[in-house]
Design a protein around this ligand. Structure first.
Ligand code: NAD
Length: 249
């Protein structure tokens, strides 16, 4: 097990879902954890809440500064805040493209830019970005979301190259459909939530949704000292969705 005692982590989107589970796991393994989120009202002990909107550079810089001051430095950045988008290229207008790219791609860049000077001072520096199976799976009705998550995967590789000699590792996780409040909201909007949930479960070879804790475990693995030789990779946590080609018997 990776031991995070003495390490300091910042988790974006850490107030809900995958980020919340990741913050909890890192703290349970000994890390001091700050949670950056647009809404930190539900973030309690033992986390340090730092409120920021990742689309607002000034608020991101202030939040990272507050996190570093509160934690006494920074070793791990979990760049996880993101939003969804549905539709084909004909459904999303320019404003929608800019809005979602601004959160899912430029948002991660803003946080990384603010965090890098601090990560350089760490002896166990790691960044884990949350991409998605959508980056590579060719999912229908998800063109904008998929493009943002493909960009996160490319960003991960390019950042890994830029910072490898500084001792900063950069990896990403590619979750399948994860049972978080995000999916709850999606199901609430569906005409038949139970049928929609069954369809999402059937899409994954394991026949069930991924749990937030399973994604958190993958993020912790990539962020931890045991992964010291791993950089520039993406780890699928998708119930086999990307790798397996199951056909009906
Ligand atoms: P979630 O909606 O439960 O949590 C997302 C968190 O991000 C929320 O706390 C929200 O307040 C925060 N956030 C959103 N926009 C923000 C902004 N502009 N500034 C600061 N914080 C902001 O979602 P989740 O399911 O836990 O998803 C987390 C990440 O995992 C996202 O990047 C998402 O794309 C990715 N992901 C999710 C799934 C899934 O099926 N749930 C699958 C693959 C990838």
């Amino acid at each position: 097990m990776n031991d995070f005692t003495g390490l300091r982590a910042l988790v974006t989107g850490g107030a809900s879902g995958i980020g919340r589970a990741t913050a909890a796991l890192l703290a349970a393994r000994g890390a001091a954890v700050a949670v950056l989120d647009a809404d930190t009202t539900a973030v309690g002990e033992p986390f340090l809440p730092v409120r920021a909107d990742v689309t607002d550079d000034a608020s991101v810089r202030a939040a990272v500064t507050a996190a570093v001051a509160g934690l006494g430095g920074l070793d791990i950045l979990v760049n996880n805040a993101g939003i969804g988008a549905q539709g084909t290229v004909e459904d999303n207008d320019d404003a929608e493209w800019h809005r979602v790219l601004d959160v899912n791609v430029v948002g991660m860049v803003r946080v990384a830019r603010a965090a890098l000077p601090h990560l350089r001072r760490s002896r166990h520096a790691a960044i884990v970005n949350t991409s998605s199976v959508a980056a590579t799976a060719g999912l229908p009705q998800r063109v904008l979301y998929s493009a943002t998550k493909g960009a996160v995967q490319s960003l991960t590789l390019a950042m890994a190259a830029d910072h490898v000699r500084e001792g900063i590792r950069v990896n990403c996780v590619n979750p399948g459909t994860v049972d978080t409040p995000w999916i709850g909201r999606l199901l609430d909007r569906a005409p038949d939530p139970a049928a929609e949930r069954a369809a999402l479960e059937a899409r994954q070879p394991t026949g069930r949704l991924v749990t937030a804790e399973e994604v958190a475990a993958a993020i912790a693995h990539l962020a931890g000292p045991y992964s010291g030789a791993t950089t520039g990779t993406s780890l699928a946590v998708d119930g086999g969705m990307q790798g397996l080609r199951l056909r009906p018997a």
